[in-house]
Design a protein around this ligand. Structure first.
Ligand code: ZN
Length: 281
């Protein structure tokens, strides 16, 4: 695929042996904050949204919003759709010019996962859009999708899935989870390492709450895209709560500026670790 931003940022991450931060945004303020965090560090960025956010704003409005933000930036910013089970919605994002989509049919049996993912891969590739797929089950809550039991992916099955579905990036279930961690997750570093030697970039889901050391190990093993979502939401909501409950009276713009700054800081400390600029948060 020529000239696709998603492919481009992942290739560059591979060359530099780092990972691109994929930040889940849900409004203009969080998109602006993610772009600002990346711009200050001069690192590439993936801005991604849930399917629910697309349903809320519309694919075209989100595209226009991100496109206006990235226009004058010296870094590359790719727009990606996170976990989507709705084919029409995935195709809509493709048609609207998004750089990549993640179609998640990991809840279906193996052959069905391949068949459905490949159908969308063909649709996307014909339009120069990249696609991410998932195998195994990543536990936790992703929007309204609740997965109680994690099902680990294995190497042979994952390789077969990649080849037959023709995806451009693979999210294997490696023991990370969406949402908040209760205890220390048991992560299958070995699988990331084996997959990391192959050509298809490995995506790490459930990044919120992992330690800097865990990220560094996953990236050294070959993780090239790291998703962060819950920590963005928490930084946003916690700051709003703090400001609303404080005695100070805020006008809207100073209020938003403080909230944005809290999100910039939270995202930035993660981007620093993902891009090798820091070894700790
Ligand atoms: Zn995920």
């Amino acid at each position: 695929m020529s000239d696709n931003r998603f492919i481009h940022v992942l290739n560059e991450a591979r060359q530099k042996n780092i990972a691109v931060g994929a930040v889940n945004i849900f409004n203009y303020l969080t998109a602006d904050a993610a772009a600002e965090a990346a711009r200050q560090l001069n690192v590439n960025l993936i801005i991604q949204t849930s399917a629910g956010t697309v349903e809320h704003f519309g694919a075209k409005r989100l595209y226009d919003m991100v496109d206006s933000l990235r226009k004058d930036l010296p870094i590359e910013v790719a727009l990606h759709l996170d976990h989507c089970r709705n084919k029409e919605l995935g195709m809509l994002c493709v048609d609207t010019g998004w750089d990549a989509i993640m179609m998640d049919f990991s809840h279906l049996p193996f052959e069905e996962n391949i068949k459905n993912t490949r159908e969308l891969a063909e649709y996307a590739h014909e339009r120069n859009v990249a696609i991410e797929g998932e195998i195994g089950i990543i536990s936790g809550v992703e929007e309204d999708i609740v997965s109680d039991t994690a099902v680990g992916a294995d190497y042979e099955e994952t390789m077969e899935f990649i080849q037959r579905s023709r995806i451009d990036a693979i999210a294997p279930a490696i023991g990370t989870a969406h949402g908040i961690y209760h205890g220390v997750p048991k992560i299958n570093f070995e699988l990331v390492e084996r997959l990391g030697k192959e050509t298809t970039p490995v995506v790490i889901h459930g990044g919120s709450g992992l330690s800097a050391d865990t990220f560094i190990r996953l990236i050294a093993a070959g993780g090239r895209k790291v998703n962060i979502s819950t920590l963005v939401k928490n930084a946003y909501l916690d700051k709003i709560r703090e400001l609303v409950l404080s005695d100070k009276k805020y006008a809207p713009i100073p209020f938003d500026t403080e909230v944005k700054q809290a999100v910039v800081q939270e995202v930035q400390k993660h981007l620093k670790v993902f891009s090798g600029l820091s070894k700790e948060f």
